[in-house]
Every structure is written in C-alpha cells, then in structure tokens.
Design a protein around this ligand. Sequence first.
Ligand code: FES
Length: 181
Amino acid sequence: MPKTDPDALSQMPDGQPYADQPRWRQDFPVDVPQDTYISRREFAKFLVLTSAAFTTGQFWILWENWRRQQEPAAPVLKIAELAQIPVGGSLVFHYPTPDEPCLLIRPDANTLRAYSQKCTHLSCAVVPEVERNLLACPCHHGYFSLATGEVLEGPPQRPLPQIVLEVRETAVYAVGVELRT
Ligand code: FES
C-alpha cells in the first residue's frame, strides 16, 4: 500500500513533522510506537526463555555437584623415602595426575610441606627458597609462604593448593589435595 501521508504512518523520534526531517530519515522513516511496541506474545516468549535458561542452569549445577561426588578419591602416592629428602631440600613429584607438578619441601628435620608447583597467577613453576621461608614465582615476582602456601606478595590472588602428606614408616606419601580460595 503506497504511503500517501507518511506522518499518519510514522512518528518521528524527535516528534517533528515528516517534512522537517533530514532526507535520510524521510527515506527510512521509523515508526517509533510500532518499533518499541512489545506484544503480549513477545513478552510471554521472553519469560518462557528466561525461565528455561534459569531452570537449565539449576540442573547444570545439580549435575556438576553430582559428578564431583562421583569422582574417585585422591590416590595415595609414595613420593620418596624420608631419608632421600635432605633437610633444607626439596624434590619435584607429580600428583594427583602425571601432569600436575608438585614440590615436597623439608625446611627442617621435623617438617614436611608439599604444594602444587603451578603458580596460581599464570601457572609458572614456583621455586622454593627455604632460607627465606617462601616459594618464589620468577615470572611476575609472586611470593608464597613456605609454611602455609598463602600469597605474600605479587599478582597471585589465591594460595597454592596444598598436598596432604602422610609419613608411613620410613616413606612420605601424598594422600590428597587441599584446594583453598
Ligand atoms: S605466573 Fe606467577 S606471578 Fe605470574
């Protein structure tokens, strides 16, 4: 149907008559009331889609929780004989999977600590500095406490995951990972 009176069909965004509009707007008039009109059907569709997304999210959370509960417990891994770890020394092992490097540190004769070797900033390998009682990340100068794994300085925001250790007779075992936030 030809437009005989554009003003009757279109209401300009600035409320001025059609004839006062710039040429580009005359060529492509926008009917503002029609353009901003939301029908009941559209609104219902929006509600249904939003509810569906929310419900899907809830089911996903339930599924993830269930899946994590089904994961096998952390393995028990013999790291080394106690006698192989010099006081003030450290060694690298992999736990709980072969691609997760960790550090076992013996700051004194009666203390053992183990942490993931991946810096919690961008995963560079941290290096123990036993004499300074810390673990240093050379990439961006992040520092972690050797006693707790907490961040002391630098860009990391989270402590290092701690490996739970057990000494059984003469050997040291990794028996779990303690994730901290
Ligand atoms: S990767 Fe360790 S401080 Fe950035």
